[in-house]
Design a protein around this ligand. Sequence first.
Ligand code: FEO
Length: 169
Amino acid sequence: MISEKMAAAFNKQIKDEMYSSNLYLSMVAYFEEIGLKGFANWMRVQVQEETAHAMGLFDYLLSRDGRVIVDAIDKPAYEWSSALDCFEAVYKHEQLVTSLINNLIDVAEQEKDRAAVSFLQWYLKEQVEEEANCSEICAKLRLIGDDKHALLLIDSELATRTFVAPTIA
Ligand code: FEO
């Protein structure tokens, strides 16, 4: 059985992961609109990843006999000025998510819930990867500047990303 405080913190994180999913769905629409289908594909995979993150927390909370309460999700942004502007927003958002996971682990430590602390290590590692991925794409976009040919090459590269369901444990 999980404590009420811990269950509330998990429910908040489920909501925040679903917000991430919706934010990236909004970015899919943006990239489709400006004709960058590879970038849109990368974001489609990101939507699936964020939903998987939310479901990992959802199933863990259920497994600990915690009550899952699905909350309303805030409306995400929907306009960006360029691919770089959009990816900088992704990077900033992932940094925020890292701080949220750290806060969640703080709650688990306060509650002396070592099982939850252990479970959340996967999310910490995932955040390192998420931040590194966006930082790399931001760096490439800064490097190419206004070179549209190079932008299309990156678009082709991002078109190859596929979703692999994570094993969260
Ligand atoms: Fe679920 Fe992108 O962090």
